[in-house]
Design a protein around this ligand. Structure first.
Ligand code: GLY
Length: 590
């Protein structure tokens, strides 16, 4: 009660300054909202300190966890003012598109999982990009039918799908928002006009990608001013993005699909080197789809997330469901045997994913069969030995359509960003957002980058004459690995989590759930726990501690950087937030 009173006092103190901002969508400096600025500065400092100490952030009323301090601050302001998680997501996404442009933005797509505090219902929204109607299964192949080299397909207009993020933001706000739409962009507009300090992570990404960023003139001018990569600490302004946000604030998402922004996107895609096929009709036909949540049972919980076209919830659910019969809690996180079970369960899940998962609007996907407890139990029996499974292949989940699919290979690469938010109304949002590769297609328009999501399709349409489920088709959405997740127990959230990381998103998220549920780690410990990820046989380790033991079991092992961006909130007597120490993000709560 005391904290509720405190919250309402804060909300009243802020009301005057923030309402004005909401109505005008003007950029508002954090200093101009003195009361909120003070509160936010205090809790921001506490969040930074918690992250440095490896502690979770505790909150009673609301919490936001995202990949950049400026983004969580924007979300925190909205939540402190009484906004919902959907309102805060709009503010967070608008800032992320500016300060972490390599990972997500208005030119990309996203999946959102929503737990409704009033009804206890889960809703999932699919804002995934779509292939143009002119696309064929040969889109990502050369004249002889051979797959293009990855970056030959990525850079330019060819890989750009119709962006879903602007409409997803609007759709979520219409469904669940309380704050005025226009005001949600004020912080991002302010930062775009006044400038923000380029982070070390962004600067390193620009330096690594300088050759590709140089290809498109608008992109080069922004990221390589005077021909040199942006440096950390450089104060960067993006007036074109500010104009785009003002347009979005004033007119909603419609200019992105039937208007000046849409026209500019189509022109940029068709006029780029390596041109793409998007037309105004593709843009106008785009819709965000509400789809049934996919849930899998695990130790009395329901692990729920985004179904096809994402493989995220299916694969995370299978990894866990196949492990149900094994006592991971007794083995503990230091045990090679635990990681043998987890790693091989992941390989089994990836085998099913490769064969069966694609856009279910185009191909039948055995969703129910794949996360059926009996099927997962049978597949789990394959894990009963002592050593690495010598071979792994897809199973045969119950499937009402007897279609034969060839296995797909995997190319997904890590960029992407994850946002987890809980508001003071009991709503919880878990959203993974992406432009696919770092800096997407490298084509920039109106101050934001366009995605290269079409390279998440299989480059091959067939293998040995057998079709691949995730082949390109007109209007289809490419398969994703994004796994925005909400874990429920007795219908109530216990954990919300997600991550970037290409197809390693799946093992990162599964590991975090196991660390929290089986090993009793708090969210910060679970997120920080070193990664061991196995998708296709090779065991990727972040640290070499178990290298010898896993090699003795028959695994090929590679010690390497594993760059997740896990952002999680756990729910108990209070909320605890954890932000991945591998990135710049923070958990912020009150
Ligand atoms: N582009 C990353 C994913 O959707 O999995």
């Amino acid at each position: 009660m005391k904290s509720l009173l405190r919250l309402s006092a804060i909300a009243m103190a802020l009301f005057a300054s923030v309402t004005l901002a909401q109505e005008t969508a003007d950029g508002v400096a954090p200093e101009q909202t003195t009361a909120l600025g003070g509160v936010t500065a205090g809790i921001l400092a506490a969040s930074q300190a918690a992250k440095e100490a490896g502690q979770p952030v505790e909150a009673e009323n609301w919490m936001v966890v995202a990949a950049h301090p400026l983004a969580v601050k924007a979300g925190g302001r909205v939540l402190a003012e009484g906004g919902t998680a959907a309102d805060a997501m709009v503010a967070v996404q608008a800032v992320l598109g500016l300060v972490e442009p390599q990972s997500s933005g208005l030119g990309g797509g996203a999946f959102l999982v929503w737990y409704d505090g009033d009804t206890g219902q889960l809703t999932t929204l699919d804002g995934r990009e779509k292939a143009p109607l002119a696309a064929t299964p040969r889109l990502l192949q050369d004249d002889t039918g051979e797959p293009l080299k990855f970056f030959d397909a990525v850079v330019g207009g060819l890989s750009v799908g119709v962006p879903g993020t602007p409409l997803l933001m609007e759709d979520a706000h219409l469904r669940w928002g309380k704050a005025k739409w226009a005001g949600l962009f004020s912080e991002a507009i302010y930062l775009a006009e006044d400038g923000f300090s380029v982070s070390p992570r962004m600067a390193a990404s620009v330096a690594r990608d300088a050759d590709r960023l140089a290809v498109h003139s608008e992109t080069a001018a922004y990221f390589l001013p005077d021909g040199a990569p942006l440096q950390a600490g450089h104060v960067l302004r993006n007036p074109a993005y500010s104009d785009t946000l003002r347009n979005l604030a004033a007119n909603g998402a419609s200019p992105f699909y039937r208007g000046d922004v849409s026209d500019a996107i189509v022109r940029a895609v068709r006029g780029a080197d390596n041109p793409g096929l998007l037309t105004p009709i593709d843009m106008a036909l785009y819709r965000v789809e509400e789809r049934p949540a996919v849930c899998a049972p695990y130790r009395g919980n329901q692990v729920c997330g985004m179904g096809p076209p994402s493989s995220g919830a299916l694969a995370v659910g299978q990894i866990l469901g196949q492990l149900e019969a094994y006592d991971l809690a007794a083995l503990g996180p230091g045990s090679a045997e635990a990681w043998r079970l987890i790693g091989d369960s992941s390989r089994l899940a990836f085998a099913d994913r490769g064969r069966y998962v694609a856009d279910s609007d185009f191909v039948p996907v055995p969703v129910k069969g794949m996360v059926d407890a009996a099927y997962m139990g049978e597949r789990g029996k394959l894990l009963a030995g002592d050593d690495a499974l010598p071979e792994v292949s897809a199973g045969t989940p119950e499937f009402e359509h007897a279609l034969l699919w060839a296995d797909d290979e995997d190319r997904a690469t890590p960029s992407t960003s994850h946002i987890t938010i809980a508001d003071s109304y009991g709503n919880v949002l878990s959203m993974t957002t992406t432009i696919e590769n770092g800096f997407g297609s490298r084509v920039m328009v109106r101050g934001f980058l366009l995605n290269n999501e079409l390279t998440d399709f299989s480059f091959r349409s067939h293998r040995d004459g057998v079709p691949v489920a995730n082949a390109v088709a007109p209007g289809k959405r490419p398969r994703s690995s994004m796994a925005p997740t909400i874990v429920l127990r007795d219908g109530k959230p216990v954990l919300a989590v997600g991550s970037p990381g290409g197809s390693r998103i799946i093992p990162y998220v599964a590991k975090t759930i196991i660390a929290h549920l089986d090993w009793g780690m708090d969210v910060q410990q679970a997120v920080s726990l070193p990664h061991l990820a196995n998708r296709f046989g090779t065991y990727d380790l972040e640290e070499d501690t178990l290298q010898g033991a896993l090699e003795d079991m028959g695994y090929e092992v590679k010690v390497r950087g594993l760059n997740s961006g896990l952002h999680a909130i756990s729910f108990g007597d209070t909320m605890l937030g954890g932000a991945d120490p591998r990135r710049e993000g923070l958990a912020l709560g009150e």
